[in-house]
Design a protein around this ligand. Structure first.
Ligand code: EPZ
Length: 408
C-alpha cells in the first residue's frame, strides 16, 4: 500500500501537461494484436497501461514501449490463453476477448477487475458475443470464448456501454456479414476506437447510436496517436478552479464542452486556446447529473464534488450503482455530505486535515484535491489506485507548487 503526505492550503501556480487517454489506450493496445504490426503514440505511462503491456507481451507479441510510443509486432503471438494474473486487476483486459477471437478459435481469460464503483457485470458483452456465433463459457474465475460460424444479426444494447460496444466491435473485425448495433455508447473513447478500426480496413457507418459494421479478411497494420485524456483534463481544470492559476498543455477540449461549461458556471476564470489557463475565482452552487456522453461524465463527479465543499452542490449518479464511497472518505476531512441512494447533497464545510484511504481511481484523486485545499498535513493511503489513471500525478502536482510527497 502506497501513501502520500499533503501539506495543504497553498495556492497552486504553473503548467500541467495532459497525457494520452487511459480509456482509449487500453482497448487500442488490445486492438494492436489483430494486424501484423502497430505503432501507437501518446500512450500514457500509468499503471493500468503498464499492466496491459505486460499481459499482451505474455501472449508472445513483441512489445516495445519507449517515450510514450508503443511498438507491437505479432509475429510470435502464439496463444489466446491469457494466463497472466494481471488480467484480473484491470477492467480493460476484457478487450482481449474481442481482439483475440480474431486470431484464435479459443480465447481464455480471467474475469476482469476494475474500480469498485458498484456492480461491474459483463452480460452485455457475453449476450452479444453469443448472438454473433461465439460460444461463451463463464466459470467462477475465468471466461472461455469459442469461435463459431458467424451469423448475420442485429444487436440492440439494453443501455449504452463503453466496454460492451468496443468489445463487440472487436469481435466483428473479420465478420464479413454486415452487422447492425443499436443503442451503442458514443463516448469519445468509442469514437477513437472506431477511427482505428477504419484504419485497419473495417467498414463502419455511425448515425446517432446506430452503427453498421462490415468486417475485413485483410487486416491492415496501423499507426495511431492517442487523444489527450479528457478525464485528466477535467481533473486539472477542477483543481485550477479550486486552488490555483494553472496552465494546461495539450488539453482535450473537444470532448469536454460540458465540463468546461460547468467550470464556467462554478465561477472560475478560464481562458481557452491551444492551452487552457484556469484561475480560482468566486464560486457558485453547481449541480451535476451524470449521463452517458455527451452528458456529464461519471468519471468526473467525484472530482467535482470537491469544488462543492467551498460553496455547495448536488450530485446525481446515473451510471454506476455505487460511486459515493470516496464521499464517505471526504467526510473524514469534515465534509458536510449526505448520500441518499444515487444522490449526494454537499454543503459548505469546515474542513480539517485527516488520514484517509483511496477507494478507487477518481475518488482517490478527489481526496488529494481536498487535502490540497485544507491547511495542515493530511495523509492519503492506497494511492496506487490513483496511479492507475493519473500518470506521474505527484510530480505533476509538485511542479505547480503542491507540498506533496510519498511517505512509503
Ligand atoms: C468505462 O467502463 C470506463 N473504463 C470507466 O472509467 C467509465 O466510467 C465508464 O466506461 C463509463 O463511461 C474503461 O474504459 C476501462 P460501461 P465500462 O460498460 O466499460 C453497466 C475510470 O475511472 N453494464 O459503459 O466498464 C455498468 O455496470 C473508469 O477511468 C452492465 O450492466 O463502463 C454501468 O452501470 C471507471 N453490463 C453501465 O453499464 C455490461 O455488460 C456503464 O458501464 C456492461 C456494463
Amino acid at each position: 500500500m502506497k501513501s502520500i503526505k499533503v501539506n495543504g492550503g497553498k495556492k497552486l501556480n504553473g503548467t500541467i501537461r495532459i497525457d494520452g487517454s487511459k480509456n482509449s489506450s487500453l482497448p487500442i493496445i488490445c486492438l494492436a494484436l489483430v494486424p501484423d504490426k502497430a505503432v501507437i503514440n501518446n500512450v500514457p505511462n500509468n499503471e493500468d497501461v503498464l499492466k496491459m503491456i505486460k499481459i499482451v507481451s505474455s501472449l508472445g507479441s513483441k512489445v516495445e514501449y519507449k517515450d510514450n510510443t508503443l511498438y507491437v509486432d505479432n509475429e510470435n503471438l502464439k496463444t489466446g490463453d491469457v494466463k497472466n494474473e494481471l488480467a484480473k486487476e484491470i477492467r480493460g483486459s476484457y478487450y482481449l476477448m474481442g481482439a483475440l477471437i480474431n486470431k484464435f478459435n479459443e480465447v481464455k481469460i480471467a474475469s476482469p477487475g476494475g474500480c469498485i464503483i458498484g456492480k461491474r457485470p459483463i452480460n452485455f458483452h457475453v449476450d452479444a458475443f453469443q448472438k454473433i456465433g461465439i460460444e461463451v463459457i463463464e466459470n467462477e474465475n475465468d471466461i472461455i470464448l469459442k469461435k463459431g460460424k458467424f451469423k448475420k444479426v442485429q444487436i440492440n444494447f439494453e443501455k449504452p456501454s463503453v466496454g460492451a460496444t468496443i468489445n463487440v466491435l472487436f469481435s466483428l473485425i473479420k465478420n464479413d456479414f454486415e452487422t447492425i448495433l443499436t443503442n451503442i455508447s458514443i463516448e469519445p473513447e468509442v469514437i477513437e476506437v472506431i477511427e482505428v478500426l477504419k484504419k485497419i480496413g473495417v467498414k463502419i457507418e455511425l448515425i446517432n447510436r446506430t452503427l453498421k459494421i462490415k468486417g475485413t479478411k485483410i487486416v491492415k497494420d496501423f499507426k495511431h496517436t492517442i487523444n489527450s485524456d479528457r478525464i485528466e483534463t477535467g481533473t486539472y481544470l477542477a483543481l485550477g478552479s479550486l486552488l490555483g492559476n494553472i496552465k494546461i498543455e495539450r488539453p482535450n477540449i473537444i470532448d469536454n464542452i460540458l465540463v468546461i461549461d460547468k467550470i464556467m458556471e462554478y465561477g472560475a476564470e478560464i481562458n481557452i486556446g491551444s492551452t487552457i489557463t484556469i484561475k480560482e475565482n468566486e464560486f457558485k452552487h453547481i449541480k451535476i447529473i451524470t449521463e452517458e456522453y455527451p452528458g456529464f461524465p461519471t468519471d468526473l463527479q467525484q472530482i467535482f464534488s470537491v469544488l462543492m465543499l467551498k460553496g455547495n452542490g448536488t450530485i446525481v449518479e446515473n451510471i454506476f450503482s455505487n460511486r459515493f464511497n470516496s464521499h464517505l472518505e471526504l467526510q473524514k476531512f469534515g465534509a458536510n455530505i449526505e448520500v441518499i441512494n444515487n444522490l449526494a447533497l454537499i454543503n459548505k464545510s469546515e474542513l480539517r486535515p485527516a488520514e484517509v484511504n483511496c477507494t478507487d481511481l477518481r475518488g482517490g484523486m478527489s481526496l488529494v484535491m481536498a487535502a490540497l485545499l485544507i491547511e495542515g498535513e493530511s495523509v492519503i493511503n492506497k494511492v496506487e489506485l490513483i496511479e492507475r489513471g493519473y500518470p506521474d500525478f505527484v510530480n505533476k502536482l509538485k511542479k505547480i507548487g503542491a507540498d506533496i510527497e510519498y511517505i512509503n
